[in-house]
Structure formats: structure tokens, C-alpha cells
Write a protein that binds this ligand. Structure first.
Ligand code: MN
Length: 348
């Protein structure tokens, strides 16, 4: 059986039990809110009780779903070895593909929580500065196939979360599409990292799968080389969740969360090691998840190798980057899917 929590459009906690949507909003004041944040803040005992009470809910025959969580902070990591290596090969062909820090810490950046949107929300093509400089609608709009974790129980500022306690803070997992404007990114990212190239929209799936439900997806991972510093050290593991990217009805990539080098526990230990605290609703995304094979690349930048090798779609057309009207769906059971359609730039 697969189980996940969500929120009905207009408010109220619901659950997905296999293919049935159950309305839990009448059972407890904790389930009435506009998002899952109330339940998430109540802690692991409340999460398990909510799970057990799902059978008491009402069948929601036609369920329109809303935004599952109210994101507090949004952090996006860069935890796929193959993605980081491919990007390094494309942009620094004469150097080592991985920067010297990559195997020592989970690289990440703070994103924009206020523009995280639920699956199905149209995404307007951003305008901005690109190399030249020139200004106009992005000509290199991309997807990023990612998973994300949402924080339930907060931590105390000034107190790092030890790696062996990190998962206690995690409410659940979902799918993330971290839309990215590669031309804007290329011009703005040095020296402080992504800014407007990624802040215009980030889409998340409607369903959040509790970590308990993913216990049988945990698999051992390859040893990390070199061994990380003490605060990041644990038995290597990953989740085995197959993923796919569909563009206008054609599956253009298949990947798997087991290709991630850094675990969510390591990401949390690193994020808090300076004393930064976790807040209920924090969204921690993995970064683009690419595998070793060509068809396992999790973004168009890699799939088209920086625009040089167009991707073939079933309708006979090709893509290097996204066109207006393109419809993207990222999928991965038991997480569900996250969809979005590209709308023309304002005035475009
Ligand atoms: Mn990303």
C-alpha cells in the first residue's frame, strides 16, 4: 500500500491511500489548516497517529489538491555526482570536472521559498539579463529533476543537528522541478551562485510521503571517497526511487534517487553545522538527479549537452531547451508527479 499526505484546494489535510483520496479535515483541529505545516510542527507521534486515523476519513470523490506545505526556507543542494560532473565537463572542459570541495561537503544555495508553487501551476517564461549583456525572455529555459524533503520538527538555533538525529526532523519526501533559466544563470552566477535564474518558480508535487513509508526503499550506497569529515560520516545509503521526465508526452529521461552522492541526513548535518536552525516547512531539495548513462540525465542542459545535441520527441519535433506551451511531468512512485506548462514571457 502506498500512503501520502496532501492538502485539499481550499484547505484541509487529506491522505492518499493507494489510489483513494481521503478527507481527514473533520477528524481533528490539526487537520483543518491551509497546509500540512500544523501537522508537521506537531512531531513524529502526531504524524504516526494521523497515519493510523486515515481509515476514519471521508472518501473525497473528486479531490482538487492544493499547495501541501507552506515553505519556510528553501535550500537546493547539488548532490548528484553525475550531474555535477557533466556540468563541470561542459563549462570547464580543460579542468577537473568536479571542483575541489565537491566530495567534501554537500554544495547548496539558499533559494526563494515564496515562489514555490504546487504541481499544475503554469510557469511563465522569465525575462532577464543574459551574456552580452542583453535583456529579454530566457532562451534557455530548463527543467531540473529533483526530489525534496520537508522539515517537520524544528531545531534550536546555535545547536547543530547531529547526523544520527537528522532524520527525526524530516516529515516527508516529495518531487521538485527546479525550473532554471540557463542563459540568465550563466551571466549572473559568479561569484555568489544562482539568483534570478532559479527564483521565478519552483514546482513541488501535491503529495508528501512520510519517511516511515519509504523504509523499504532504503538501500546501501557506494562508499564515499574520500571519507567525509566526522560530522558528515554515516553508513552510505540512498533511497531507491525510479524517476522519469516526460516532455509533451515523450519520456526523455529516466533516473533514480539512488544516484545521489550525499544523503538527506548529511545535507541536514551540513546545513546546521554552523548553528543555523531548521524551521517547520523548510524545503531541502537534492539538486538535479542524473545517473551515469546518457538517458539518465535529469535536465535539458545535460540531455542536449549544452544545446549541441537536440532531444527527439515522439511528435517529430526536437528540443534543446523548453518552448512556450511545453508540458513537463516529473514522476516517481511512490512520490507521484509534478507537472507544469510553460507560458510565454510577459509581453512576449
Ligand atoms: Mn536545482
Amino acid at each position: 500500500m502506498t500512503f501520502a499526505f496532501g492538502v485539499l484546494r481550499g484547505g484541509g489535510v487529506c491522505a492518499r491511500v493507494d489510489d483513494t483520496v481521503v478527507d481527514l479535515s473533520g477528524l481533528d483541529p490539526l487537520f483543518k489548516g491551509p497546509s500540512l505545516n500544523g501537522l508537521m510542527a506537531a512531531g513524529p507521534d502526531a504524524w504516526r497517529q494521523a497515519r493510523e486515523r486515515a481509515g476514519e476519513g471521508r472518501d473525497a470523490a473528486v479531490a482538487e489538491l492544493g499547495m501541501p506545505v507552506e515553505p519556510a526556507d528553501y535550500v537546493d543542494f547539488y548532490s548528484s555526482l553525475h550531474h555535477a560532473t557533466n556540468v563541470g565537463r561542459m563549462f570547464r572542459p580543460d579542468a577537473e570536472p568536479l571542483l575541489p570541495n565537491w566530495r567534501h561537503l554537500p554544495v547548496g544555495y539558499h533559494g526563494r521559498a515564496g515562489t514555490v508553487v504546487p504541481s499544475g501551476t503554469p510557469v511563465r517564461r522569465p525575462s532577464g539579463q543574459r551574456p552580452g549583456p542583453a535583456f529579454g525572455p530566457s532562451e534557455r529555459l530548463d527543467i531540473e529533476l529533483e526530489a525534496g524533503f520537508v522539515i517537520g520538527t524544528p531545531s534550536t538555533q546555535g545547536e547543530p543537528v547531529p547526523i544520527e538525529r537528522a532524520l527525526d526532523h524530516v516529515f516527508g519526501m516529495l518531487l521538485v522541478n527546479d525550473w532554471s533559466a540557463r542563459d540568465i544563470q550563466a551571466w549572473e552566477y559568479q561569484p555568489l551562485g544562482p539568483f534570478l535564474a532559479k527564483s521565478f518558480a519552483t514546482s513541488i508535487s501535491h503529495w508528501v510521503v512520510p519517511l516511515d513509508e519509504l523504509a523499504d526503499r532504503r538501500v546501501p550506497a557506494e562508499p564515499q571517497d574520500p571519507e567525509p569529515l566526522e560530522y558528515l560520516r554515516e553508513e552510505p545509503w540512498a533511497y531507491d526511487i525510479p524517476l522519469e521526465v516526460e516532455l509533451n508526452g515523450t519520456v526523455i529521461a529516466r533516473s533514480n534517487t539512488r544516484h545521489l552522492y550525499w544523503s538527506i541526513a548529511q545535507q541536514i548535518a551540513h546545513l546546521t553545522v554552523n548553528g543555523a536552525s531548521l524551521r517547520t516547512g523548510d524545503l531541502l531539495a537534492t539538486g538535479t538527479i542524473s545517473g551515469p548513462e546518457r538517458e539518465e540525465r535529469g535536465c535539458l542542459l545535460e540531455l542536449s549537452w549544452n544545446g549541441e545535441e537536440p532531444v527527439q520527441l515522439d511528435d517529430g519535433s526536437t528540443r534543446t531547451f523548453l518552448e512556450d506551451g511545453d508540458e513537463v511531468a516529473l514522476r516517481g512512485e511512490p512520490l507521484g508527479e509534478v507537472r507544469g506548462r510553460i507560458e510565454p514571457a510577459t509581453g512576449g
